[in-house]
Design a protein around this ligand. Structure first.
Ligand code: HEC
Length: 208
């Protein structure tokens, strides 16, 4: 009995470790559409600064400057990596007529970084199904689903979520504004996730 308990105690850190790996936003995000937390300011901008907008490259001395959100997002088509200039040049094997960036002898970006940029471009379209739904699925549905949902509120499809935004002050709950109880109760969503939900709401709740 004691040995079994010790074994379980030993196994727990491993289980936690592996299940947290599963949620690493940088790896399987595109494949399963869940867990999307690419934040421009803390993921994309530093990556571009490190690899592209250093002095003498895309820092403003060339016409293709990549110093800030304005300039970088101007080089993409939101929601469509394959039509995005920025994506084409970093994946020259896919688009053979494109120059390769960063130019040799500098190494290509590694796959994880390319995936991150691809995901960010997809997320810029702020699609409900690819961006907003995963945030709510990960942070709300543990309580707001099933036969007896908390607060008698189910948040598992577009129409329920739209209804909760319009009639149940979903955003105020997320922001803990005007005395609305904080949702999720365990702690506020990240700024990045909040920004995604706000943007979707201010875009008029598109079902895309
Ligand atoms: C740990 C469980 C739990 C999680 C996770 C959770 N909620 Fe809640 N939620 C509740 C409970 C319990 C209530 C009812 C009591 C209250 O309003 O504080 C509630 C109430 C609400 C209400 C008000 C419903 C009404 O009728 O006015 C909204 C809106 C809401 N939650 C949205 C969310 C959103 C959005 C998320 C995720 C970002 C979330 N909740 C995550 C437990 C949870």
């Amino acid at each position: 009995m004691f040995r079994l308990a010790a074994l379980i105690a030993l196994a727990i850190p491993f289980l936690i470790f592996f299940s947290s790996c599963e949620h690493d936003p940088e790896m399987p995000a595109i494949a399963n559409g869940v867990d999307s937390t690419v934040c421009f300011d803390n993921k994309i901008l530093p990556l571009i600064q490190k690899n592209c907008s250093m002095s003498g490259c895309h820092d403003g001395s060339s016409e293709f400057s990549l110093n800030n959100y304005q300039e970088i997002s101007g080089k993409i088509v939101a929601g469509n990596p394959n039509s995005s200039e920025l994506y084409k040049v970093i994946t020259p094997n896919k688009f053979t007529n494109k120059p390769s960036m960063p130019p040799s002898p500098k190494p290509h970006l590694d796959n994880a970084d390319i995936t991150l940029i691809e995901l960010w471009i997809l997320e810029e379209a702020n699609s409900f199904s690819k961006v907003v739904m995963p945030v709510l699925a990960n942070n709300c549905q543990s309580c707001h689903s099933g036969e007896t949902p908390s607060g008698n509120l189910t948040l598992t499809d577009y129409s329920q979520i739209k209804e909760a935004v319009n009639t149940k002050s979903l955003l105020k709950h997320i922001l803990e504004q005007d005395n609305y109880s904080l949702m999720p109760p365990s702690g506020q969503l990240t700024d990045c996730d909040i920004a995604k939900i706000k943007k979707w709401i201010s875009n008029g709740l598109p079902n895309n």
